[in-house]
Design a binder for this molecule. Structure first.
Ligand code: URA
Length: 432
């Protein structure tokens, strides 16, 4: 077998066998196949696509390029959710404690934020003392004890993805559905879950800007999961507007706590309930209606909040933030963005809000950048809200006293019109 023949076959639109894909990924990992050949391969996939069989083989080759987690010491069913990345997406901090309180284990391996999207690990590290680098035994003990634990992605899992992703990033081959699906699922399947609910974002703040493309990505990813023997489904959800009110790490932790106190923003709460319900349903906790009732009951009786506190303490964090979220400190400098006229907020851009948060210090441009955990945006007016000229539409927080560009970005990304827009549901489609 030769790399040249495999690239040529894909270039000509023919279907690769599992053996050819394994040969290519293995050879690339051993540096026998060079970056320029892997780049040509990715470009051929970009233009020719992959069949479901090829996509699954490529995903499994990525998954098998490193170690695989073994969670057999965790008692009970394990369910996880995975978001394709968004702005203000603190969903895991709400959904995991709810699901864990219902007796389904959540053993979560999460990523950091890059560019305009945030990562769960950064949000958790904004809690004083919180550790995301637990060894495997401690991780499993915390899951067994609290029902949930969350650690950072480790280089030992799916290393082929890191290599391919870095290459795709500089060769204009990131936005290919089979490559995105295999990258995300290759990492996800290296973990050891029974059930997976995918939250595939669509809109300005998402990888996929159109609902049609997002649905296709969701279908490809669920197909891979099924082939790997997982119980899996996907929700295609709106990411045109940032999720909830908060964008930025400490701000989002506070909002997650408030959501578990039953005081969350309506659409964000609806998304958390939908995701938690699906996780419980896949885990066999009853009909969808019964699972939804269970989810509500764990918010209302405070047990999901207690689970969050217990998990924060078990991972070394200050649990006080869960009981007195008003004590969470934000960056000292702040500035408001004001409405320029009377009317209704008809549109905001999650992507632009994400870029503004990045400028304020809440995110990173490269993996080496340091984050200002207290920086970010607190949105005061959401799509559909009425505003008067001069009303505060958002408050910006940062340690640098330099707000001008972020203010301009938010101002021009927030459109004010004369009529209240029709409400868009947060869950746009379910792919079973
Ligand atoms: N997230 C990933 O992990 N990989 C992609 O290719 C795109 C988004």
């Amino acid at each position: 077998m030769r790399a040249y023949d495999i690239i040529q076959k894909k270039r000509d639109g023919k279907e690769l066998t599992k053996e050819e894909i394994d040969f290519f990924v293995g050879g690339y990992m051993r540096d026998e196949i060079k970056d320029y050949q892997a780049a040509a391969f990715c470009m051929a996939v970009y233009f020719r696509g992959m069949t479901p069989e090829e996509t699954a083989s490529f995903t499994f080759a990525i998954r098998d390029s490193g170690e695989r987690a073994d969670f057999s010491q965790i008692s009970g069913i394990r369910a996880d959710k995975h978001s394709t990345g968004g702005v203000g997406d603190k969903t895991s901090l709400v959904v995991a404690p709810i699901v864990a309180s219902c007796g389904v284990k959540v053993a979560k391996i999460s990523g950091r934020g890059l560019g305009h999207t945030g990562g769960t690990i950064d949000k958790l590290e904004s809690i004083g003392g919180f550790r995301t680098d637990l060894d495997e035994k401690t991780f499993i003990d915390v899951v067994n004890d609290c029902g949930m634990a969350i650690i950072g992605q480790n280089a030992v899992f799916a290393p082929a993805d890191k290599k391919f992703y870095a290459l795709r990033d500089v060769t204009a081959t990131v936005d290919s559905i089979p490559l995105i699906a295999s990258s995300i699922m290759g990492k996800k399947l290296a973990s050891d879950d029974d059930c997976i609910v995918l939250d595939v974002k669509t809109g300005s703040g998402a990888f996929m800007k159109t609902q049609e493309k997002s649905e296709e990505l969701a279908r490809v990813m669920t197909d891979i999961g099924k082939r790997a023997g997982k119980k899996i489904c996907a929700l295609v959800t709106d990411m045109d507007e940032p999720l909830g009110y908060a964008v930025g790490n400490a701000l989002e932790v506070k909002e997650a706590v408030e959501t578990l106190q039953g005081k969350g923003e309506r659409r964000f709460t609806a998304l958390c309930i939908a995701l938690a319900t699906k996780m419980l349903f896949l885990a066999g906790k009853g009909s969808e209606k019964e699972c939804e009732r269970l989810v509500f009951s764990k918010i209302i009786d405070g047990s999901a909040l207690k689970t969050l506190a217990r998990f924060v303490r078990a991972q070394g964090g200050d649990e006080e933030v869960v009981f007195t979220p008003e004590k969470i400190a934000f960056s000292p400098e702040k500035a408001d963005v004001l409405a320029e006229k009377d009317g209704f907020i008809v549109q905001t851009s999650a992507e632009e809000y994400g870029k503004a948060a990045l400028l304020l210090g809440a995110g990173r441009n490269t993996m080496e950048d340091k984050i200002d955990f207290g920086a970010g945006i607190l949105i005061k007016k959401k799509v559909g809200d009425r505003v008067k000229k001069g009303d505060v539409i958002a408050t910006l927080y940062s340690s640098k006293n330099d707000f001008e560009t972020a203010q301009e970005i938010i101002s021009s990304a927030t459109k004010i019109g004369d009529e209240r827009p029709k409400e868009r549901p947060i869950v746009l489609k379910t792919i079973e």
